[in-house]
Design a protein around this ligand. Structure first.
Ligand code: HEC
Ligand code: HEC
Ligand code: HEC
Ligand code: HEC
Ligand code: HEC
Ligand code: HEC
Ligand code: HEC
Ligand code: HEC
Ligand code: HEC
Length: 369
């Protein structure tokens, strides 16, 4: 342990001696088309490409300062020819300026701002995110660029897509575990299915939102589901009905929610949205024994809001079915009955009253004559 510590110090010191000579005469080098007054990657790496290289921060925490040259070279930035000093614009030789933070986490919170220079629009977008709001409130653990993307090992984020939820897993492990076994997550992580949602399809990417920052997130969540579940072509591939959407909007729960959205978009409602019945990150196929809407679990789900519900309560509601001669036939025929009987009755009355009036008028006229 002591031995390796000594070694890890000797190597950079050797590097310092060699490279201070090199750095005495800074060269203007051309990198990726940009004229960069500064230092070649090889110079930085002559000190930094040593595993185990580290320094100690004011807090006493260790900052590992090794940068693996191969990892950097094969990253998206290495491949694009982005030089060390194009990100590290405040370092142009050794000794470096003072380390800009006292603790390990603060170091990251200062350094991620280096990304802004070239990715201005993503940077701007993150300013409205739930993570930034949380940071502003003093929660230092909320995610910044490098927490999700990495630093010297950054790759294109969409390769492969099944890796995306893993970006979030480090800090949201319980949600990741639930998602992983859900009808959506199992398909993405297991099979790489591009049709199911990953975390960022529902929450957004850089302007990421959640229920505690966007008050109406819960209320408007059916719109997230509609993106796919109202898409006939997509749902046909899985034999899933898109009626779920129309019927929800039409039923007493959905109608009230839709009204709420219009009248008081920022207010909570106690009427169920999709996730109140199906679960959020752990939603299952509806015939999965663990699904909240499976017959044996359904009563428990209704009871969250209808505490007095009894065994037959769920049948008082048609679910997503439109009444038909096979689904809820009684409701269908009662409905049909009223559809026929109402116009017939009203029509009959109109005819009757009309005839009566006509008769009275003609009698009066006849009387006058
Ligand atoms: C002569 C050896 C040497 C060279 C060359 C060198 N460094 Fe360092 N670097 C160190 C040492 C030693 C540390 C530990 C902290 C300290 O002494 O400042 C360090 C720390 C760092 C840190 C972390 C702490 C901080 O100040 O943010 C960064 C970032 C860094 N170097 C970037 C670079 C870049 C970029 C280059 C090339 C322009 C470079 N270094 C060239 C030796 C070197
Ligand atoms: C895409 C921008 C970018 C490039 C290119 C880049 N760095 Fe960094 N570097 C960063 C950021 C951001 C951090 C802060 C990471 C953190 O929060 O720990 C960092 C941190 C460091 C550190 C401190 C240790 C650490 O990993 O946190 C060293 C040393 C360092 N860089 C050296 C280099 C060297 C040498 C190169 C070129 C081979 C290089 N960097 C290229 C952005 C970059
Ligand atoms: C000096 C300019 C520069 C800085 C600073 C910089 N990048 Fe990049 N970045 C690039 C270039 C150039 C590319 C490759 C070309 C492209 O795809 O846009 C790239 C690509 C990327 C990609 C992949 C983009 C894609 O479409 O697949 C990500 C992710 C990324 N950068 C994140 C970061 C992060 C995070 C930071 C801060 C640690 C950072 N970049 C700092 C120039 C920069
Ligand atoms: C909470 C995690 C997270 C944070 C924080 C984050 N990103 Fe991303 N970023 C992603 C994901 C996920 C994608 C892939 C989006 C997609 O393909 O749909 C992405 C895509 C990108 C891309 C490539 C696509 C594009 O939009 O150009 C770049 C570049 C990028 N991010 C840079 C940044 C920078 C710079 C920051 C900090 C200001 C940042 N990201 C913060 C998760 C994050
Ligand atoms: C199908 C859409 C969807 C997907 C996929 C999804 N979420 Fe969510 N998430 C939501 C909704 C809707 C809420 C709001 C729940 C509420 O209002 O009760 C939420 C709430 C949250 C919350 C805050 C509330 C809590 O439970 O702590 C976090 C954090 C979160 N999601 C992270 C994630 C992560 C990480 C992933 C990926 C592993 C993910 N979400 C995948 C829709 C989704
Ligand atoms: C570095 C750790 C970290 C990473 C990585 C991370 N988050 Fe977060 N996230 C947090 C913290 C901390 C909060 C604030 C939690 C709180 O205030 O309760 C948060 C909050 C959230 C919220 C809002 C919760 C609410 O109650 O409204 C959502 C949604 C969320 N994250 C989604 C994601 C997604 C999606 C990803 C991946 C693309 C991700 N996060 C990556 C740390 C992280
Ligand atoms: C990005 C598209 C997408 C989004 C957004 C989405 N889903 Fe899905 N969902 C799918 C696909 C595709 C399947 C079919 C997966 C399979 O069966 O393999 C599915 C399956 C389901 C199932 C299982 C149906 C069955 O077969 O029993 C339920 C329940 C479900 N989703 C509810 C929701 C809810 C609620 C929301 C909103 C919070 C939502 N989904 C958001 C694409 C999506
Ligand atoms: C998130 C809370 C919530 C959940 C979960 C919920 N409901 Fe409701 N439900 C309500 C509220 C609130 C009303 C009153 C609607 C109104 O007056 O506009 C209501 C009204 C009803 C009504 C109309 C008759 C009445 O009592 O007013 C029926 C029937 C009903 N729900 C059935 C169900 C069934 C069956 C389930 C389970 C599958 C269920 N509900 C789950 C909140 C919920
Ligand atoms: C009051 C509880 C409740 C609400 C609210 C609710 N569902 Fe359902 N959902 C169920 C039940 C129970 C089933 C299974 C029986 C059925 O189809 O009626 C189901 C079935 C489904 C299915 C499978 C349909 C198929 O063809 O296999 C999907 C997909 C679905 N719901 C999505 C949604 C979406 C999207 C929303 C919001 C727009 C939503 N649900 C709102 C209780 C609910």
């Amino acid at each position: 342990m002591e031995e390796s510590l000594k070694q890890s110090r000797i190597i950079p010191i050797l590097g310092i001696i060699i490279t201070t000579i090199v750095l005495m005469t800074p060269l203007d080098i051309t990198l990726a088309g940009e004229e960069v007054p500064g230092v070649a990657d090889e110079t930085c790496l002559s000190c930094h490409d040593f595993p185990g290289m580290r320094t100690t921060l004011a807090s006493g925490e260790v900052l590992y300062t090794a940068v693996d040259s191969v990892t950097h070279a094969t990253s998206v930035h290495g491949r694009a020819g982005t030089a060390c000093v194009q990100c590290h614009t405040d370092i142009d030789g050794y000794p470096h300026r003072e380390i800009p933070a006292a603790t390990r986490r603060e170091y990251t919170l200062v350094m991620y701002k280096l990304c802004e220079r070239c990715h201005h629009s993503n940077y701007e977008a993150t300013m409205d995110s739930t993570h930034q709001k949380s940071l502003a409130e003093g929660n230092k653990e909320a995610a910044v660029c490098t927490d999700c993307h990495g630093v010297h090992n950054i790759q294109e984020p969409e390769t492969p897509r099944s890796n995306k939820p893993k970006m979030c897993a480090r800090c949201h492990s319980a949600i990741f575990t639930a998602y992983e076994s859900s009808v959506h997550g199992a398909d993405l992580i297991g099979e790489g299915n591009p049709d199911v949602p990953t975390c960022t399809d529902c929450h957004g990417v850089h302007n990421l939102q959640g229920p505690s920052t966007a008050e109406s997130f819960h209320l408007f969540s059916p719109e997230i589901c509609a993106e796919c579940h109202a898409d006939k072509e997509l749902m046909e591939r899985y034999g899933i009905s898109t009626q779920v959407f129309d019927t929800y909007i039409a039923d007493f729960h959905g109608t009230t929610v839709v009204l709420f959205e219009k009248i008081a978009p920022d207010q909570e409602t106690n009427k169920p949205v999709c996730i109140d019945c199906h679960g959020v990150h752990d939603m299952r196929q509806v015939d999965d024994p663990e699904s909240y809407v499976m017959k044996k679990n359904l009563l428990g789900t209704c009871k969250k809001c209808h505490p007095d519900a009894t065994v037959n309560f769920p049948t008082s509601w048609l679910g997503h079915y439109k009444p038909s001669p096979t689904e809820a036939p009684l409701v269908y025929f009662v409905d049909l009955f009223y559809k026929i009987i109402t116009p017939v009755t009203i029509g009959g009355m109109v005819v009757f009253i009309g005839a009566d009036v006509a008769q009275k008028v003609s009698k009066k006229r006849g009387g006058r004559k």
